[in-house]
Structure formats: structure tokens, C-alpha cells
Design a protein around this ligand. Sequence first.
Ligand code: PEP
Length: 250
Amino acid sequence: MRQPLVAGNWKMNGSRAFAGELVTALREGVSALDRVEAVLCPSFVLLPLVAELVGGSTLQVGSQTLSEHDEGAYTGEVSGAMLLDFGCRYAIVGHSERREYYAETDRQIAAKFAAAQRHGLTPILCVGETLQQREREETESVIREQLEVVLAHVGVAAFQKAVVAYEPVWAIGTGKTATPEQAQAVHAFIRHVVAERDSEVAEQLRILYGGSMKAANAAGLLAKADIDGGLIGGASLKAEEFLSICRQAS
Ligand code: PEP
């Protein structure tokens, strides 16, 4: 049985005061849920504060990216070891905004995935197609390629301690959500690609949906067999929205 996971990607939003209010509003409600695992992914600068604020609750902390390098002369970068040291347990890798705005490649994302695991963090690997790719019926080939570069780099066994997030680029921050049927079809395909290498790893792999998920549309998505939770952007900045998604996932 896969434990549902709901992760909030705060992106480049928030302040110390905002983090204090949001975590205070979430702590009790999330801790009362026995099935779901909830993770908050603030910006690097807020991460130590959020890690402190969640102490004593069941909330976990994750980063939005990390360096593929372990230490040294990489100005502006943050390593997996630093993140672990500050209470981080998860690291998002390959978010479409990193791929698009910072030109992260599949190979670099594979290296970041490996770096996260080297330092004891669980990577949340994002994959997803653009609208143009969907219209050209390239969804499966794009997602297969994104997964296979990482699988080839780290090996399928590494997916025992990883999470995959299906995030159709056309649904991120646009208000357009994939229908539960569209999302389920891609989630089943992701599981199939992993199962081609190891069916047991595929069976226990948690696959999250991300893309304009909110309280009002979560139930239909979470009811699908291969959707094990959500990666939430905009709605994770509102306590009631995020809590409601966590409740629906639990
Ligand atoms: C995201 O950026 O991971 C995301 C899913 O954003 P939103 O929920 O705002 O579409």
C-alpha cells in the first residue's frame, strides 16, 4: 500500500512572517491525519526557519532544487549535505520552471537526483510534456525520455527511495488541470516504464500529480488508482486549500 504524499512547492514566495503564519495554521490539522505525508518546500532562505517551525509536527521539509555537486567552488549553489543539515528530507528535481528558465537538462537532473540520494534526501523527480508536445501526441515519448535518462544514470533500484511527479507543463500555474482520466493514463504509463525494469519497484513508487491542483479538483484526481498524491504550487500558499488537499489524500 503506497502512503499518500502531498508536497507544497512555495516557489519564490513568502517571508518569515508568512512562513510563521502558514506553518502555524497547518501544524495541527496535518498532524491529525494519520495516512498522508505532507511536505513543505520553501525557498532556500526560508528553509531553516520552516524546519524549525514544523518541529514536533508530522510536517516534513523539502527543497525546490539542489546542486548536483557535493561541495566547492559553485557560487550560489546549495548542496544536498547542507539541506540535510538544515532539516530537509526531500528535494524537488527537474521542475519544469528549472528546465525552462535555467536550462536544466535531463542529464543534469539525473545528476541532481543522484546527489539528493547521496546525501540522504528523497528526490521528487518532475516530468511532464508541454502543450505543443501533447498536441503532437508526443506525451509518452517525452516522458519516457525524461525518465529513462534518470533510470540509466541511477539504476531502477534508486527509485525505491524516490518519488515521481507528473506535471503537465500546460497545467502549471495556468488554472488548467489535466482531467483525472488524462492524468491517470500518464501515471499508469510512468509506472509501466519503471515496471519494464523492475515491477516491484514500480508497484511501490509514489507518483504525484501536479498542475493547478486545488481543494475543488483534488478528489477526482486522488481517486485514480495510480495517483498517490499531489505536488501543489499556488494552492499550497493557502492553509485551508493545502489542508483540504491533505485531508482528501488521507
Ligand atoms: C508546481 O509548480 O509544481 C505546480 C503544480 O504549480 P500549480 O499548482 O500552481 O499549478
